[in-house]
Write a protein that binds this ligand. Structure first.
Ligand SMILES: Cc1cc2nc3c(=O)[nH]c(=O)nc-3n(C[C@H](O)[C@H](O)[C@H](O)COP(=O)(O)OP(=O)(O)OC[C@H]3O[C@@H](n4cnc5c(N)ncnc54)[C@H](O)[C@@H]3O)c2cc1C
Length: 425
């Protein structure tokens, strides 16, 4: 049994720890166990900080389906040629070696909330005192008529990083001058609001670098507007004139469906054909959260904004893209911030102490061209039953190049930090 120090609580919440009760001791005779499902931006960070800040007084078991995790974060930069695939792919060995987290490489297939038990694909199970659910999103394949998991091998989504990212990159690299790419972004809400448009920028960067200025990227958006729109529009005009065309539903009239055999996207207005078609369907919380009965009619999981505790089960916390986080975007930064709140809440819960006041943060950088990074950032706090923005800032159009370069540099520094936190380095 080890002490949970005031210094460690402070690392989560900055000034907030001034209100924390005196250091406490976890009193359980055997160690309480926290099981975390999903080792991404939310779950990896949560496992790391619960283990570290309980100084081993809590047993932490992380269940992750994949042996190595490719981050969606910076996957667009991989498409653009700014990052190698290896540089965005990480193993879990440091979480075990440095923080004593037990990493179970398996898929969680069911959660029995009454018995506080998680079942794994091989039929074995694990009981828990507290459960953190951080499985990210699943794609709703038929939200785009004609699209399916099989179709995604021809029209990649690359919205869950890994083989899909590599497929999209290979297909992009095979484009010849004059050939056309069609991108179909998802409807709200979805993971990383600016990412489809950063992706189009990175595709154009890659084509321009090869001298393929005759190629076109057509974006057929189901939404009438999108994140950082003015910034992307300015950047596309400046760096890729004539290469990227964006059409909202007022122009195309609605996406009617896709045909993978012909590479066609049918809209009310016309049919668009691409040598490469990138379809990103609608999204919901990943299956394990849905099957555990943790979602509501939105397809995502309602939470208490003070702690990220499920409103449907006191022993369960849901973080990251699977939860309903009010004004916070579905971003890796947000998931990482929510994970730190959860670690405080669970350590407090299991040690009988109050957690400090809750604060969250998110920042989302997008690279439009080499050295031209833009940013949207916010701070957030509980407000009644939801999480509300307390401040938000966004890059301006017509900014000095030095600011845009600094944004990009900041994003690289941040990637190193978040990946160290997710994977326990
Ligand atoms: C192209 C793109 C670019 C992005 N860029 C940025 C960016 O620059 N900055 C930013 O902040 N965010 C970015 N994001 C968003 C960010 O990737 C997500 O918001 C973030 O990963 C969400 O974290 P999460 O923990 O909820 O889910 P994930 O990071 O997806 O992790 C979920 C994990 O759970 C595992 N899992 C799922 N189900 C099970 C199960 N049943 N059993 C075991 N394991 C399971 C999965 O294998 C996965 O490892 C981007 C997203 C995309 C698509």
């Amino acid at each position: 049994m080890l002490r949970v120090s005031r210094r460690r609580f402070g690392r989560y919440a900055g000034a907030a720890f001034a209100t924390l009760a005196a250091p406490t001791v976890l009193r359980a005779k055997t160690r309480p166990r926290v099981v975390v499902i999903g080792g991404g931006a939310g779950g990896g960070t949560a496992a790391h900080f619960i283990a570290k800040d309980s100084s081993g007084a809590i047993e932490v078991v992380l269940i992750e389906a994949d042996r190595r995790h490719a981050t969606c974060i910076f996957s667009n930069l991989h498409l653009g040629g700014f990052r190698s695939f290896e540089s965005i792919t990480h193993g879990y060995q440091h979480l075990s070696a440095n923080h004593g987290v037990t990493v179970v490489n398996a898929r969680a297939t069911a959660v029995d909330r009454a018995a506080k038990r998680v079942t794994l694909a091989d039929g074995s199970d694990l009981t828990y005192d507290r459960l953190v659910v951080a499985p990210g999103i699943d794609l709703i394949w038929d939200s785009v008529p004609g699209y399916s998991k099989a179709a995604s091998e021809i029209m990649p989504h690359a919205w869950q990083a890994g083989p899909q990212t590599q497929l999209l990159k290979a297909r992009l690299d095979a484009i010849e001058n004059g050939q056309q790419i069609v991108v179909v972004p998802p409807p709200n809400p979805y993971r990383c609001p600016p990412a489809p448009y950063e992706r189009a920028s990175m595709m154009a960067h890659r084509l321009k670098a090869k001298g393929f200025g005759a190629s076109r990227i057509i974006i057929l958006d189901p939404k009438p507007k999108f994140s950082k729109q003015a910034l992307f529009a300015e950047g596309w005009e400046k760096h890729y004139p004539g290469m990227i065309e964006w059409y909202g539903p007022d122009v195309h009239g609605g996406i009617k469906g896709v045909d993978p055999t012909t590479g066609t996207v049918a809209t009310d207005f016309d049919d668009f054909t691409g040598t490469l078609v990138n379809v990103i369907p609608a999204q919901r919380a990943a299956a394990v959260a849905v099957d555990a009965g943790l979602t509501n009619s939105t397809g995502f999981c309602p939470i208490d904004p003070n702690s990220m505790r499920s409103t449907l089960d006191d022993a369960v916390f849901v973080i990251g893209d699977a939860c309903i986080a009010g004004d916070m975007p579905k971003s890796g930064f947000a998931a990482n911030s929510q994970a730190k709140v959860v670690a405080l809440a669970i350590v407090g819960d299991l040690s009988g102490t109050a957690a400090p006041p809750t604060r969250y943060a998110s920042a989302c950088w997008s690279l439009i061209a080499a050295g031209d990074g833009v940013k949207v950032a916010g701070e957030y706090g509980p407000n009644g039953t939801t999480i509300a923005a307390t401040s938000e800032t966004i890059s301006h159009t017509d900014e000095p190049a030095a600011i845009r370069q600094a944004n990009y540099t900041d994003s690289v520094v941040w990637y190193d930090r978040i990946s160290a936190e997710m994977f326990g380095r």
